[in-house]
Structures are given as C-alpha cells and as structure tokens.
Design a protein around this ligand. Structure first.
Ligand SMILES: Cc1ncc(COP(=O)(O)O)c(C=O)c1O
Length: 387
C-alpha cells in the first residue's frame, strides 16, 4: 500500500487539497465577447467571419499553408485519409496505442487499420519497428506496397503524437518514402507541439487537429485539416461543405459530399482560445516541472518528459509506472480517484477492441507494456497559474 499512498500524496503536492478533473477548459479570454458577437449579429451557423479567421489563425500558428476547419477531429481524419489516396479495402498503418477515432476514421473510408507498435521514448509509433515489419510482410508491386499475408494494398501510415509528444517524424518520413506510403498525421493532441522547430502536422501530406472539450484549445467540438498542399486544402473545403459550387443563389452540388462544417459559433470560441494557447502551454509545461519534481527520486514512477529537439504542449501529464507496479495500476487509479484526483489509464489497445480484433497487427511488445504502465494525471492549465 505504501507505493499507492505515496503516488497519491505526490500528485496532491502539485494539485493542492482540492478535487481536480483530468482536464478543464479555461474560457476566461475573449470567448464570451466573440460568442456574443455571433449571437448579436445572427451569424451562428455554418459560415461567418470567425470560421474564416479561425482557419487563418490556425494556418499562421501551425506554419501550414492551409487550414480547413470541420465538425470534429474524427471527420477531419476521415477526409484527410480519403484525400491522401486511401481507398476502400486498403490497409492503413495505425498505432495500436491511440484513441479509437484514429482507427475509426480508417474504417469510415472502408479501409482496414493495420496496428503497429510504439516506442517508449516518444509514446508514439516506432518507425524502426515499422520498417522491420514492412520488410517482413510487405511486397512492392510498381509504386504500391501490398501486405503479402492479406493481399491488400497498404496505402498510408497515421502517426499520432501521444499526449502532445512528437513522434520521430524524420525517421518515419524516411521509412514511409522507402516503402512508398503516404503519411497523414493525427495531430489531435499536439496543437502547439514542435519537432526541430517545425510544428507537428507539417511532416506528411496533411494532418488533423481536434478541438474537443478536453483538448489544449476547444471549440466545444471541432477539428481541422492542415496541409501545405493547396489542392488538397481546396478539395477538403469542398468535400466538407456539401460540394456546393460557389454561386450567389443557385444550389449546385457536384459530388456526394459531407456536411462536416464547423459553425461560426464554435469557430468564435476557437479564435478566442487560440489567442491564449501560449498561456495554456506555459502553464502545462510548468505543471510538468512540478510533477517531475514531486516524483524525483521516487522508485515507483516517473513523469514522462519531452525529448531533446522537441517542444511538447504537455497536453496530458503522463506518469509511467515502474514495471513492477504495472499490476497495481488499477489500485493506484482507484485510490487517486477516490481521493478526488481524476486520473486515467491510457486507452485499451485498439487491436483488442471487438471490432478490430481480426485486423492485421504487428508484434506490439512496447505498446502492450506502456498500456499497463501509463497513468494520466490532472492536467488543467489552471493548476499552474492559467486563469
Ligand atoms: C488521437 C486522437 N485522434 C482523434 C481524435 C478525435 O477527435 P474528435 O473527438 O474531435 O472527433 C482524438 C480526440 O478526441 C484523439 O485524441
């Protein structure tokens, strides 16, 4: 029991003596003013100046040439995969250690997730393990890669920057190029995270963001596709807005498309939130320092820290339990939650979920180990000074 109590005490040293949730949005900037403006002007729905501004602000902040805002991160990924060439019955390489939406977006395209391992130093997809796996199961035919075991084409890989920590994208880019597959980054958790000075999301054909209520900035619900490819951005806008040809009054739609638009009301929230993103990130980085200090010299667990060459947004603070404590993880979660400290395990590995059990998978030793040892700690920016 001593270990369990000690972990709860160390979290308390940082959070203070209060009930705390895992992540609460901070809405103390211009959110109310901008939303009020929508209501007063009547521009609450699917077009409006905040939609245009949010797209410009996101492009500027991420350094991508284009941003297209949509209804959520899952729909963003669905469209991003489609526009990157993923076809029904293809396979798409996805980390088993991810949120379910990463795999769902693949299935929404009629393609199949093919689960791959993660690495302990990034918590994200392991490019070297992927390279070895593709060497063993892949077969090049012309410009395409096929899975020798299933006969299906492997068209894309989706690295996900777990809890804001960037995947090793330079190595992954080399591996993807070698095997002839496209990269689509699931950057839902990594707005504000950089790798070698470049914002995550700029390493592949395109990337997707989420502005769900628990994310580093929120629009209530929302997402975006970011890309440096002007044609892909144009297609993304068209396909997510019912494929309506621009016209002053006529309704002409030129393909079967989607209504994945982000309402102006939500975009207004996004503009106000993005104005304060650096405040949130500074607070989260400070919080990481405090947790790291509280767990310094403790044998049972360590705080996961950004690696050199990266700047993490520290979206969710992550404790890695010592291997010998893995089997006590649920006891730790039980004690912390009972004490009013909202802590969570990482997701169940996707390849173990009922709808994905039969999908192809590489060996997953690191993901399986991490899944038993990760505990996410209270991560709201308000815990370290942000209002
Ligand atoms: C890794 C990852 N991918 C995709 C999503 C999907 O985003 P949304 O909830 O906005 O659909 C999320 C978060 O919710 C996520 O964490």
């Amino acid at each position: 029991m001593a270990f369990v109590e000690s972990i709860v005490d160390r979290v308390r040293q940082v959070t203070g003596d209060q009930r705390v949730s895992l992540h609460e949005p901070s809405l103390k900037g211009n959110e109310l003013a901008y939303v009020t403006e929508c209501i007063q002007t009547g521009w609450v729905s699917s077009v409006g100046s905040f939609v245009d501004r949010f797209e410009c602000d996101l492009a500027r902040y991420t350094g991508a040439a284009h941003a297209v805002v949509v209804s959520n991160g899952t729909s963003a990924l669905q469209i991003a995969l489609h526009l990157s060439g993923v076809q029904p019955d293809d396979e798409v390489l996805v980390p088993a250690l991810s949120f379910v939406a990463t795999a769902n977006a693949v299935r929404h395209n009629g393609a199949w997730p093919h689960f791959v391992d993660s690495e302990a130093r990034t918590l994200g997809l392991d490019p070297q393990a992927l390279d070895a796996h593709l060497d063993s199961i892949g077969e090049r035919r012309g410009n395409h890669l096929y899975n020798r075991r299933t006969g299906r084409r492997i068209s894309a890989v989706v690295p996900m920057h777990t809890f804001g920590h960037p995947v090793d994208m330079p190595t992954l880019s080399a591996v993807a190029a070698r095997h002839g597959i496209v990269i689509v980054e699931d950057a839902a958790e990594s707005l504000g995270s950089f790798l070698e000075g470049l914002h995550t999301g700029n390493f592949g054909a395109c990337a997707t963001l989420s502005f769900n209520g628990n994310k580093i900035v929120t629009t209530g619900g929302g997402g975006a596709i970011v890309t440096n490819d002007a044609e892909l951005a144009r297609r993304a806008k068209h396909l997510t807005t019912t494929a309506k040809r621009p016209h002053a009054w006529a309704f002409f739609h030129d393909e079967v498309a989607y209504n994945f638009r982000l309402p102006n009301l939500n975009a207004a929230l996004g503009c106000a939130q993005l104005e304060r993103i650096e405040v949130f990130i500074e607070a989260k980085r400070e919080l990481a320092k405090r947790y790291a200090g509280a767990f310094a010299g403790f044998d049972g667990a360590t705080l996961f820290l950004e690696r050199p060459g990266t700047r993490s947004n520290y979206w969710l603070q992550t404790l890695i339990l010592a291997p010998e404590l893995a089997e006590r993880r649920d006891e730790i979660l039980q004690a912390a939650n009972a004490a009013g400290l909202m802590t969570r395990p990482v997701w169940e590995l996707l390849n173990t979920l009922p709808m994905y059990r039969e999908c192809p998978a590489a060996r997953l030793p690191v993901a399986e180990d991490l899944a038993r040892r990760i505990v996410n700690l209270p991560s709201s920016p308000q815990l370290a000074g942000a209002a």
